[in-house]
Write a protein that binds this ligand. Structure first.
Ligand SMILES: [Zn+2]
Length: 300
């Protein structure tokens, strides 16, 4: 059943079709994923083109229709082989073509959000950022009004994609918005996001450089991660994070969101159980949000 879109609510969802989807009665057609997500109480779906655009226009239109029916907001994750920082002209050309195809699919799916990984920096992040920006300008030449491209923060240190680099990119072109993968930020910085104040600092920074409006509808990825000195090693889930000590923890993140009164879209990429972990976050969010409401009502 479609829930009304409540503007000031955070949305919680998954990347791709989780294993539980394939055990559900909806499994006959992966275009049913939005209907399944609605049936379990989630509100967002990032369509994964990470290993290629394995969908035709008709299927994309079916996904869009099901998302409308289920009140699910959609985004797209572009292929991993898009490398807009590349030094190789052929790779750049192919990457621009792929981004352009993703933009076509954004229109079929009726989404305004296209997430991508910028690529390796080859030891010189400043030059890589300039190349990425120049290629994004080319991608953006024919971008339809209302479609935005989201460079993502990246967990491995050899890639362009610190929080600062992503925010810097977004300041330069008006069709860019940040995708903050908090697990990647955490892994890259040796586990730096611990308290609500750590998140508030990130939110303040984004608001300061690219504005409060972008911040209030922030596109995020959140899940626990294992890392080493080079950054991200692999995705984990909340069950593993309890026993293995993997972070970041979702509680301080959601407390900061409620404190800041943000309405982000939060895509969970937990290993195997992204739907269950997204629901865990949504439940916690609702509890602390209601508590805050209760406090405010009683304070007046
Ligand atoms: Zn990603």
């Amino acid at each position: 059943m479609a829930r009304p879109a409540i503007e000031d609510n955070a949305r919680f969802g998954v990347a791709g079709c989780p294993p539980n989807f394939w055990k559900s009665p909806f499994k006959e057609d992966s275009a049913n994923n939005p209907l399944w997500l609605d049936s379990i109480g989630l509100d967002a779906y990032e369509v994964q083109f990470t290993h290629g655009i394995r969908m035709d226009r008709e299927k994309a239109l079916r996904v869009a229709e099901n998302a409308r029916k289920g009140g699910i907001s959609l985004s797209i994750h572009a292929p991993y082989f898009v490398v807009l920082t590349s030094l190789d002209d052929t790779v750049v050309k192919n990457s621009i073509d792929l981004m352009t195809r993703c933009i076509d699919f954004a229109q079929y799916l009726g989404t305004s959000r296209l997430v991508f990984h910028p690529g390796p920096h080859h030891g010189n992040p400043n030059e890589a950022l300039k190349r990425c920006l120049k290629n994004l300008e080319t991608v953006g030449r024919n971008i339809p009004k209302g479609v935005y491209i989201y460079p993502e923060t990246i967990g491995r240190k050899e890639f362009l994609g610190t929080l600062e680099e992503v925010v810097k990119l977004c300041r330069e072109l008006d069709f860019l918005r940040p995708c903050i993968d908090f697990a990647h930020v955490y892994a890259r910085n040796g586990g730096n996001l611990v308290t609500p104040e750590d998140y508030i600092r990130v939110f303040d920074y984004i608001a300061q450089v690219i504005g409060k409006e972008v911040l209030s509808n922030l596109h995020c990825h959140f899940y626990p991660v294992e890392f080493d000195s080079k950054g991200e090693k692999c995705h984990r889930n909340f069950k593993e994070s309890a026993s293995g000590g993997y972070g970041p923890r979702f509680e301080p993140f959601l407390e900061a969101i409620v404190e800041y009164n943000l309405s982000p879209t939060i895509i969970c990429e937990s290993k195997q159980v992204q739907d269950e972990d997204a629901l865990t976050m949504k439940r916690y969010y609702e509890v602390i949000r209601n508590k805050k409401g209760w406090k405010l009502v009683n304070a007046t």
